[in-house]
Design a protein around this ligand. Structure first.
Ligand SMILES: *Cc1c(COP(=O)(O)O)cnc(C)c1O
Length: 384
């Protein structure tokens, strides 16, 4: 049905009417006083969201641009880095680090399992020469629906004394608590089409003081992503290049909505949706892909044993206009993923679960009486 599509993928995520309306204005000059006001306001809002007193810079680009910026602005040719890899995004940061000629040591975990903080601790403690300059990892691994223990790993990095923590918080920021300053995370990258309730196009990189010290030494090539330029412009409430001005209008509106809801309430909502979705899938006999107790607050990956995940997903889209995400790489056909990130309400969870149940019944694949999933989700949602 026209205009009825509901996105339940982990980005792009649904955009509220208020934010869409903020986009639909004539652009203003990016060197005007009016625009400077927006930069000033959104910078304060972004610091609130990141729970930091340090710079949060805005780059026109997708989330990968923010992470690449974090890497090229703090590291130098040949630097050794530890990369955590337990999914598609972990793999991506290994590729970026290698593309810039870094000496990459990979700490892996099986897909579906979390990274082991002890493995990071051991590697960092063994590095008495302090050759490791950064630990690069993904907080919420979107491809598998696993949350990694960023807090503990960042603490091990701090104990090392030299290395920085560069964290992909693209699907954790705005979904769960990521207190940048308290946890001592040096660089955080994120993107507008995820927890921000916005269309794609802006990315955000937060940099702490240790990251700026490293910036002074960093010799990796950079021009558009040179954060020194962004910091200098930000001091004047500006941007070094022409930013996506209309997305800034949307950013201000979206962050205002988030401020009204409050961080605690936002995190509680995502936690509730994760619990409800997991309980529903288990109640209808569809196993979860992520290891128990390590599910991401933004996305639930389901491995429907013996059922072709792609046919199920396509049928849910055809019949109900609800878009679920598929499995990536070797998980294609074996896994589907339910995004519950950003502008998602309890109602959306009940609807998605009901649509999955009805589709299973249609396809003759239902293992239990239709309604068991909705009942399980409703019970979890009622707990608040
Ligand atoms: C979406 C996503 C990104 C960014 O991808 P872009 O397509 O560049 O916006 C990075 N990391 C994770 C974990 C993501 O989910």
């Amino acid at each position: 049905m026209q205009d009825k599509l509901t996105l339940m993928i982990p980005g792009p995520t649904p955009v509220p009417e208020t934010v869409l309306q903020a986009l639909g204005r004539h652009p203003i000059g990016h060197r005007s006083a009016d625009f400077q006001k927006i930069v000033k306001r959104t910078t304060e809002q972004l610091q609130w969201l990141h729970q930091t007193q340090h710079e949060v810079l805005v780059i026109t680009g997708s989330g990968t641009a923010a992470m690449e910026a974090g890497i090229v602005n703090t590291l130098s040719r040949g630097d050794r880095v530890l990369c955590g890899d337990n999914g598609k995004f972990g793999e991506r940061w290994v590729k970026v680090a290698k593309a810039y000629g870094l000496d990459v040591q990979v700490i892996k975990a099986e897909w579906g399992q979390p990274l082991d903080p002890e493995a990071f601790k051991a590697a960092l403690e063994a590095d008495t020469a302090k050759a490791i300059k950064a630990v690069i990892l993904t907080h919420s691994e979107t491809s598998t629906g696993v949350i990694n223990d960023l807090q503990t790993i960042a603490a091990h990095v701090r104990a090392h004394g030299t290395a920085l923590t560069i964290a992909d918080c693209v699907t954790s920021l705005g979904a769960t608590d990521v207190p940048m300053d308290d946890w001592g995370v040096d660089v955080i990258g994120s993107g507008s089409q995820k927890g921000y309730m916005m269309p794609p196009g802006l990315s955000f990189v937060a940099m702490g003081p240790r990251a700026w010290q490293a910036y002074e030494r960093s010799d990796l090539p950079k021009f558009y992503l040179d954060l020194g330029k962004y910091r200098k412009a930000a001091a004047d409430n500006s941007n070094p290049f022409t930013p996506a001005i209309n997305l800034y209008f949307a950013l201000e509106a979206a962050l205002e909505m988030m401020e009204k809801e409050g961080l605690k309430a936002i995190f509680a909502r995502h936690a509730r949706h994760q619990r409800a979705t997991s309980a529903a899938m288990q109640a209808i006999g569809l196993p979860l892909y992520a290891a128990a107790g390590h599910g991401s607050p933004a996305i639930t990956a389901v491995a429907p044993d013996g059922i072709d995940a792609e046919s199920l997903r396509k049928e849910v889209k055809n019949r109900f206009d609800i878009l679920l995400a598929g499995g990536q790489d070797h998980l294609k056909g074996h896994v589907f993923r339910i995004g519950h990130l950003g502008f998602v309400a309890d109602r959306d969870i009940l609807t998605a679960v009901a649509a999955i149940e009805a589709t299973l019944q249609d396809l003759g694949l239902g293992k239990v009486a239709t309604g068991a999933g909705v009942a399980a989700a409703a019970t979890e949602l009622a707990k608040g």
